[in-house]
Design a protein around this ligand. Structure first.
Ligand code: PHE
Length: 469
């Protein structure tokens, strides 16, 4: 349904459900399923959940609403949106286009890793996947990661090629409900597990669930609480896909008569709900088979610990759960990767007046090639680099660090300054209330965008340089 707005041809989402599912598709990604559970386990379970929910309702709501409103108000992709909002602020648009361009290559590469695990489980290779060294062997191989990245990227590009309605919206309408069903099913199964280990200790999924949900204040100091808050904020930021131009692009496809605050609330509920459920899915299972220590196992959780957990369930149940689990992550990662590519494509189309075909082809060649370079960062181009946070990393970690820790907080802080102090929050509130919608929490919004968000974001930014470690 190519609709015309003014003289220019521009797609719009067909209705609020289409928009909500597409935006939720972007928000629900690897971050929710792999990062959230281990952060929660590391940060005292329920305490982290509590902090996260409070931040989502205040900080998350403010930033998400602001970006979608900027997109809808200006009607263009991120590259043009900021300069159309205020002359002289066009550099923010450049930043908002460079960020997804940095994320796209490595996100697709990780999507390829998930695809690989899916094929391994689906072809009965569960025992191999659970062996020590399987993951490292795979990512350091020369060709396999490139091949899977290529497949994943091709799927992403194909959807973008088809456009906003026929591609993004149609796919999200199918995949997102399926994803909810899969997460719910696996979460219930995970809570029903029990296992007696070699030393005769019996652990159950329900015990794991209790550890996940009940706040632990043990040994809590002010410094530690700050650490929890910083982790929650960093996660929220990433999880809602804010400060990467994506929500501006999606906002630009939103019709004026859609109720914006209501849609924002629903996207947040969706994203946070899936993150909470992902914890119910992952934490009890890991606890049951691997004990308490393994739960905060960090980034290796998804590719190293979980295959071992699935294998401990026994060959048949483990294979079934593994296949469903990785299928679900493919859905989550694909809808996110699509949104990253769309942010770039929408900017190219608006700025250079290219058609979708041309913009998609050029952005795809770029993302695909750079993804190959990132993949080779574990092989031919291997080197170790010490990041300012103190961690060491490869090319992928450097890309991730630059975008998430440096550029995204900068873009978000400047967006808050632009809206809070230069054009004024009223402009955004007016846009949000366009078409008769009522925006609750108006005073809160003003307070957040002018003061609180800026302070919180400055803290996130400082964290990039090793503060609060
Ligand atoms: N929000 C996504 C997640 O939680 C991450 C993401 C990053 C999505 C970049 C789009 C772009 O995994």
């Amino acid at each position: 349904m190519g609709e015309f707005q003014g003289k220019r041809e521009r797609n719009t989402f067909s209705g609020s459900l289409g928009f909500i599912l597409a935006a939720a598709g972007s928000a629900v990604g690897l971050g929710n399923i792999w990062r959230f559970p281990y952060l929660a386990a590391k940060n005292g379970g329920g305490l982290f959940l509590l902090v996260y929910i409070i931040l989502a309702l205040t900080f998350g709501f403010t930033l998400l609403l602001t970006e979608v409103a900027i997109g809808r108000k200006t009607g263009v992709g991120p590259l043009g949106a900021y300069k159309s909002l205020k002359k002289g602020w066009g550099f923010l648009g450049i930043l908002a286009t460079v960020i997804p361009a940095i994320i796209l290559p490595y996100y697709s590469l990780i999507g390829g890793w998930v695809l690989k695990y899916f094929t391994v489980f689906a072809s009965g290779g569960i025992e191999g996947a659970a062996e020590d060294g399987f993951f490292t062997g795979f990512i350091t191989a020369q060709w396999q990661p490139i091949i899977f990245h290529t497949l994943f990227f091709a799927a992403t590009a194909l959807v973008i090629f088809r456009g906003v309605n026929e591609g993004i919206e149609k796919l999200s309408r199918v995949l997102m409900p399926l994803l909810v069903v899969l997460v719910l099913g696996i979460a219930i199964y995970s809570c029903s597990l029990s296992f007696t280990d070699a030393s005769g200790v019996k652990r159950t999924g329900m015990q794991g669930l209790a550890i996940y949900l009940i706040p632990s204040f043990e040994g809590l100091t002010f410094g530690k609480l700050m650490g929890v808050i910083m982790d929650a904020m960093g996660q929220l930021f990433y999880s809602l896909s804010i400060a990467m131009g994506i929500m501006v692009a999606y906002g630009s496809y939103l019709k004026k008569d859609e109720n914006l605050p209501k849609s924002i609330n629903r996207i947040e509920i969706f994203d946070t709900g899936i993150a909470l459920l992902a914890g119910v899915m992952v934490v009890p299972a890991v606890f049951t088979f691997m004990g308490r220590e393994a739960m905060s196992g960090g980034p290796g959780l998804m590719f190293i610990s979980l295959p071992k957990v699935f294998s401990s369930m026994g060959k048949v149940p483990g294979t079934i759960i593994g296949v469903l689990f990785f299928l679900m992550i493919i859905f989550a990662a694909l809808t996110s990767c699509i949104s990253i590519l769309e942010a770039i494509v929408s900017s190219l189309m608006d700025e250079f007046h290219w058609d979708r075909r041309k913009a998609t082809i050029i952005a795809s060649i770029y993302g695909w090639l750079l993804g190959i370079v990132v993949a080779l960062g574990y092989n031919l181009l291997y080197f170790e680099y010490k990041l300012p946070t103190g961690d060491t990393g490869q090319m992928l970690d450097i890309f991730d660090y630059l975008s998430n820790n440096i550029m995204m907080p900068i873009l978000a802080i400047l967006t808050c300054i632009l809206v809070g102090w230069v054009i004024g929050p009223k402009e955004i509130i007016q846009e949000a209330e366009e078409g008769g919608a009522k925006m609750g929490r108006r005073g809160l919004y003003v307070l957040m965008i002018r003061f609180v968000c800026i302070v919180l974001l400055a803290l996130v930014f400082m964290k990039a340089f090793g503060f609060f470690a």
